[in-house]
Write a protein of this length. Structure first.
Length: 81
């Protein structure tokens, strides 16, 4: 490529930005804002999610009960020849 080792990083018309690892604050407001926010969102979404789960369980129970009620009872036909 014709570049020397000290000039490998520089390329024309390319701008790169970086942030020092010492300037990054990954867990800056983790306990003061993060956990309360998760609890708030969970409380906000628990009722719609619980209703969805309840309706799903009722639907599956109803489908199984319908399929069970369509079957014939073998005890009714044990004396037939």
């Amino acid at each position: 490529m014709g570049r020397k080792f000290r000039n490998l990083r520089w390329m024309p018309h390319v701008i790169s930005y970086s942030l020092s690892p010492f300037e990054q604050c990954a867990f800056q407001n983790y306990f003061s804002k993060g956990i309360p926010s998760v609890l708030h969102c969970t409380r906000e979404r628990i009722l719609p999610m619980a209703s969805f789960v309840a309706f799903y369980l009722i639907y599956t129970w109803g489908s199984q009960e319908f399929e069970r009620s369509k079957r014939k009872n073998p005890a009714m036909y044990k004396n037939d020849k």
